[in-house]
Design a protein around this ligand. Structure first.
Ligand code: GRF
Length: 209
């Protein structure tokens, strides 16, 4: 059984989607822990209710990013993960942390990367007049939101869209592509090699939602 640790900062709906898909589809994997950088992260309660170990490493308790990341990595490593999944984890991670988990650290970003790295992606897509928006699953590398792309979901941007409406449309698609990408990883169909995604032919890496 592959061991998955999921990091969240808030709601945790992507984490829920992964936990549910893992159970429903019988992956050869287990979500062994869910961790947050904020004790108020709502998703922690869902994890605890489902018998998953939870942990909090509060970034505000640390003097530096390095010290926070070291404490976080120590807690993660105590669960011996094969894969670490960032699911709405709103902290910039140090190069040391990212390199420690190279090839086994995934993130989902709510835009069609490489467009709109960073925050406020939906409003920026609307303001730019984009006709499509979406989400991207990628391996994490030291450059924020720039790692090699695993899969993307595309949704329309509708006339008069608000950031909230577009965000909800994108989020539905996230809940499809992120569990699929994690399943590919834990079943050996997805790897990271020399900075590139290596993926067994099979399921499409693009969703038009
Ligand atoms: C998602 O839109 C994700 O793409 C972004 O943060 C949001 C987290 O939502 N990184 P949730 O906590 O998974 O509900």
């Amino acid at each position: 059984m592959k061991r998955i640790v999921i990091l969240i900062s808030g709601r945790g709906s992507n984490m829920e989607a992964i936990v549910q898909s893992c159970a429903r589809e019988g992956w050869p994997a287990q979500v062994v822990a869910v961790m947050a950088n904020r004790p108020q992260a709502a998703g922690l309660a869902y994890a605890a209710q489902h018998g998953i170990a939870t942990g909090v490493v509060e970034h505000s308790q640390f003097d530096s990013r390095e010290a926070f990341d070291e404490a976080l990595a120590a807690l993660i490593d105590s669960h011996q993960p094969d894969l670490v999944v960032l699911a709405g984890f709103m902290r910039i991670l140090t190069d040391g942390f990212v390199n420690h988990y190279a090839g086994r650290l995934l993130n989902i970003h709510p835009s069609l990367l490489p467009a709109f790295a960073g925050l406020h992606t939906h409003q920026r897509a609307i303001d730019a007049g984009c006709k499509v928006a979406g989400a991207t699953v990628h391996f994490v590398t030291p450059t924020l939101d720039h790692g090699p792309i695993v899969s993307q979901a595309v949704v329309p941007v509708l006339p008069d869209d608000t950031a909230a409406a577009l965000s909800a449309r994108v989020l539905q698609a996230e809940h499809v592509i992120y569990p699929a990408a994690v399943r590919w990883f834990v079943t050996g169909q997805l790897q990271w090699r020399d900075g590139r995604v290596v993926q067994a032919a099979g399921e499409p890496q693009l969703l038009f939602a």
